[in-house]
Structure formats: C-alpha cells, structure tokens
Design a protein around this ligand. Structure first.
Ligand code: 5RP
Length: 218
C-alpha cells in the first residue's frame, strides 16, 4: 500500500472512535481529509463538528456536515487529528499544515485525542521533522536567535499566513527528548503563539497504518 492508501485506511479506522450523536473535534491535513470523507460516507449521525482550520471547515461543509464554533461547545468527547511525528508515548509534533494553534485549542476541549497517521510518522525522538512554531511576525528575528541558542535553525515559512494571521517558523536540528519541558519553555518566549510540540495535549490513542494493517498505540 502506498502512503495515500495508508491514510485512507487509518481514516476509515478512526470511524470506530466517532461518538454517534455527539459533536466531534476535527483536525487538519491529508489524513484528516481521508477521515472526513470516510465519515461522510459512513452515515454515522453527528450533530456537527468543531473544526481546526478553514481547510477542514470547507471539506466538512462540502459533505453537508455542520460546523460549530468552538465557543458553542463546553467540551468534546473526541478529537481526531493527524501528526507530523509521534513517539511511543503519544507525544507529537504537529503544524505541517500550519493549523497548530487551532488544533491545540480544539484538542484542549476534548477528553480524548485520537491520532491517525501512517507508520512513517512514528519516531523514537521528536525533532527530525522541522518543528512548526506559530509566531507574531514582529518576533521572528528574536525567536530565530533564541532557537539558535538551543541548537535549532529557524526559517520563516515563505508565503504562509495562518488562519489567525500569524507566521510560521520551521525549526530544524532539534532533538526534543523532554517534550513536556520543551513545550512549557518555548511557550514562554514572547512572540510565540503556539509551539508545534503536543505534549500537554498528547494523543490518547494512535492509529498507525502500515503494511500489516492498522496498529493501535495507547
Ligand atoms: C496540520 C497538522 C497535520 O495534522 C499534520 O501536518 C499531518 O498532516 P498529514 O495528515 O497531511 O500528513 O498538524 O497543521
């Protein structure tokens, strides 16, 4: 199976975690696109979804699935989203699609984070994938220097403005051995909106698609 087929496989597998009759949190990315398509085809009835991006909102609406504002719910049972990297403890790097801030907001509303990914995303140590960080544009140079001081090389993602009007720094060269401490530290740096390490909001369950089918890590 190629990577696209694996994404479709885990997208379908995630249907088992959809709480019928309840509002669902929906992430962003090509794997989530497969999930949204599978959800629409499944006939599982949900009153609506809270979406983490304009991209997912458009796809949900295109399938006739109602999209609710995050402010319209007090909590979600389940949030389903992809990842750029995930380790064996459920810690993730996210934000390859520049939606990390809204993803963290919707994940924060949810009791359970179901991560869907192909097996190429499973790593020992986070950091090989360039770490996305949403920033306030004015802070770009100062934050670039701060990342350099911890061994990271940050570059501005050209031409990208997030759904929130922020910019994205992609940081290469980091080995994130303590994701919780790293997330806590970088979140304190002025100008950082959201760091793409999801440690406080780690995956509760990960469905990993591979040649042998779908493996569940929890
Ligand atoms: C978007 C994300 C995505 O979940 C992540 O980039 C994975 O995307 P894909 O499913 O396309 O590989 O964090 O901001």
């Amino acid at each position: 199976m190629n990577q696209d087929q694996l994404k479709q496989l885990v997208g379908r597998a995630a249907l088992d975690y959809v709480p019928a009759g309840q509002v669902l949190g929906v992430g962003t990315g090509s794997t989530v696109d497969c999930f949204i398509d599978a959800l629409a085809a499944s006939g599982i009835a949900i009153p609506g979804a809270v979406s983490s991006s304009e991209r997912s909102t458009q796809r949900l609406l295109g399938h006739g699935i109602k999209v609710l504002d995050a402010a319209d719910v007090t909590g979600l049972a389940v949030y389903i989203d992809g990842a750029d990297e995930i380790d064996g403890r459920g810690f993730m790097v996210k934000g390859g699609g520049a939606a990390l801030t809204r993803e963290k907001i919707v994940a924060d509303l949810a009791a359970k984070f179901v991560c869907i990914a192909d097996e190429s995303k499973l790593v020992q140590t986070l950091g090989a994938f360039p770490l996305p960080v949403e920033i306030i544009p004015m802070a770009a140079a100062q934050l670039t220097r701060r990342f350099a001081s911890i061994g990271g090389t940050a570059s501005l993602r050209a031409g990208v403005v997030t759904d929130n009007g922020g910019h994205i720094l992609d940081v290469r060269g980091l080995a994130i051995t303590d994701p919780l401490a790293f997330e806590t530290e970088v979140n304190q740096w002025p100008g950082v909106v959201t760091v793409g390490v999801f440690a406080r909001h780690k995956a509760s369950v990960c469905l990993l698609g591979g040649a042998g089918g779908v493996k569940t890590l929890s």
